[in-house]
Design a protein around this ligand. Structure first.
Ligand SMILES: *[C@@H]1O[C@H](CO)[C@@H](O)[C@H](O)[C@H]1NC(C)=O
Ligand SMILES: *[C@@H]1O[C@H](CO)[C@@H](O)[C@H](O)[C@H]1NC(C)=O
Ligand SMILES: *[C@@H]1O[C@H](CO)[C@@H](O)[C@H](O)[C@H]1NC(C)=O
Length: 545
């Protein structure tokens, strides 16, 4: 045994003998809370209240399993903290929440529910707090997927369902903080992109945290998520042939979102805050190019176009048979920055003073949507404010030049005031720069947050764990490859298939060339060094599968 290992063991014995015997261990419950929508914030506070109330009752009754000291903390999301790994320095830093006596950390989200604090603490007191471990409801991929950087799925790599709650031992989280804060240069990160924070967390632990020697198993020698039967994807434990005996009932679980169409169901909060919104309030700018006019537009016309009255196809060529509007920008293989800015500018002109239109949604010609569900989501966001909604990804969030952006294939939604701001203030470093990333970068510089919409998806249904698809009513999917778009639209997006869509409103002849006025002023992306250094353009190509 090496002296280092001996030292660690001696230290471990010392700690357990001298500290833990006399002082109770701490349990820290963190609620990671998004800034919007306001309903999510309400849920965070309600969860914190419920836990504190349960704590109070246990204290009054004089029964507190494990004699733990329980701390409850609502962590409001600041900038990039949504990935957890990027939140860790904060946990140890100013807040000093994570201390040497923290034995367990219960990591929740706004839609996590704790059914019995007593049951959970009893459960924790039976588990070993000195192991480098984390527990959750394990999700698995059914095929290699782009959202997990094509990690081989054959190994059945488990990753936690975040909204069901994840539990870490204190030693595990302290080790992770140690790695992220003090050893950042030695960390293996598989990608500069943050796409699915839960998978990336499990992968980070697998790649970077080495098990204590006594816990090392000959099988893997690595740390994997431990599947905990008391952490469930829904309130009702799933009984199935795979899981004959679930052990303790669900103590932590995810709360599925109620589907809302327009303004229903009408909780009091929704009535106060929300404005009835339908497809007629949304302008859909669909980005296409000549080679896809036949194949892809036909699919859109057969599916969600029936709900989208204000839709325009923006292409590299004008095709009166559809019709499409030419942006005057030649098609490029990837990137599309110049084209996208041209589309936003042309759309703004096209919308003009149509008072009913509040939102603009930019989508690809292989995006599938539920317009009614989207309307439900938008009804509770403030369309007179600068709003930027979509499926949030991150790029280099660990670094000072990192930023969030909404990935294009899932569809990006802008309030009209924001479209005006983008047209005035954002520009492309090159015509083929990745449009969605450039938008995100520009908006972060302008102080506009990327607000995530849980139901929007950059990939196909089979690229996501079904537990997740059942948690939030899906709003969008992307890519027709190896799927039946009609089935996706009908089954996952709740759409009905009609034989013909509503004909497009007659379009005026559009002048072909759209001269972009790339205004001076902040932020001039071409001047930013990171674009060259980090190979952002290449990265964009990689993502544009
Ligand atoms: C990184 O790892 C190497 C070898 O494992 C080690 O020698 C070095 O001290 C580590 N660097 C830091 C900053 O910890
Ligand atoms: C919506 O945003 C506008 C502009 O920021 C603001 O003046 C207004 O108070 C907001 N409305 C609500 C209901 O928050
Ligand atoms: C679609 O067309 C088929 C055959 O042309 C017809 O049998 C069916 O009733 C149509 N469905 C709708 C919803 O119009």
């Amino acid at each position: 045994m090496s002296t280092k290992v001996c030292g660690e063991l001696v230290l471990l014995c010392f700690v357990s003998l001298c500290c833990c015997k006399f002082e109770p261990g701490e349990v820290l419950l963190v609620i990671a809370c998004p800034p919007l929508p306001l309903e999510a914030k309400d849920e965070c506070l309600a969860l914190a209240d419920s836990v504190r109330e349960q704590r109070r009752k246990l204290e009054l009754a004089g029964i507190f399993p494990g004699d733990y000291v329980l701390k409850v903390h609502v962590m409001h999301e600041l900038f990039n903290y949504w990935t957890m790994l990027d939140a860790l320095p904060h946990l140890r830093g100013q807040t000093r929440l994570l201390g040497p006596r923290t034995e367990w950390i219960i990591w929740c989200q706004h839609n996590t529910r704790l059914t019995s604090l007593r049951g959970l603490l009893e459960q924790l007191s039976r588990q070993n707090p000195r192991e480098l471990s984390f527990y959750g409801h394990a999700l698995y991929d059914s095929e290699a997927t782009i959202i997990h950087h094509f990690l081989s799925y054959k190994d059945r790599f488990p990753y936690p369902m975040f909204s069901a709650g994840v539990i870490f031992t204190g030693v595990m989280l302290r080790r992770m903080v140690e790695l992220v804060v003090h050893n950042a240069h030695n960390i293996t990160l598989n990608s500069d992109f943050s796409i699915d924070a839960s998978h990336e967390l499990a992968r980070f632990i697998y790649d970077n945290v080495s098990p204590n020697p006594q816990e090392r198993t000959p099988m893997s020698g690595k740390i994997l998520l431990k599947s905990a039967s008391y952490i469930c994807p829904t309130a009702a434990a799933v009984q199935g042939p795979e899981i004959p005996n679930r052990g303790p009932c669900c103590l932590l679980h995810a709360q599925p979102e109620e589907p809302s169409v327009g303004l229903l169901p009408a909780s009091e909060h929704r009535k106060e805050r929300c404005v009835y919104t339908s497809g007629s309030n949304i302008y859909f700018a669909i980005k296409t190019c000549a080679k896809f006019h036949k194949e892809r537009i036909a699919i859109i016309e057969r599916t969600w176009a029936t709900e989208a009255w204000n839709r325009r196809y923006y292409s590299d060529v004008a095709d009166v048979g559809i019709p499409t509007i030419s942006t005057g920008i030649p098609n490029v293989q990837s990137g599309h920055c110049a084209k996208t800015l041209a589309i936003l500018q042309l759309s703004l002109k096209d919308i003009g003073e149509q008072m009913g239109i509040r939102w603009l949604m930019l989508v690809d010609d292989d995006t599938l949507l539920s317009v009614s569900r989207l309307s439900g989501v938008l009804s509770c966001h403030n369309h007179t404010d600068l709003m930027y909604l979509g499926q949030r990804y991150g790029f280099r969030l660990h670094a000072p030049d990192g930023f969030n952006y909404h990935t294009g294939g899932a569809g990006i939604v802008f309030s009209l005031p924001l479209v005006k701001l983008i047209v005035e203030r954002c520009s492309c470093p090159s015509a083929s720069a990745p449009d969605d990333m450039i938008l995100g970068y520009c908006l972060q510089a302008l102080g506009v947050a990327a607000v995530p919409v849980a139901g929007m998806h950059q990939a196909r249904p089979q690229d996501y764990a079904s537990e997740l698809l059942h948690l939030h009513p899906p709003v969008s999917f992307h890519k027709f490859w190896n799927t039946d778009p009609g089935h996706t639209y009908h089954w996952w997006l709740g759409g009905s298939l009609l034989n013909r869509s509503v004909p497009l409103a007659a379009l005026k002849e559009q002048t072909a060339a759209a001269q972009l006025h790339l205004l001076e002023g902040l932020p001039r992306l071409g001047d930013v060094g990171f674009l060259q250094e980090s190979g952002l353009e290449a990265a964009g190509k990689h993502l544009d599968l």
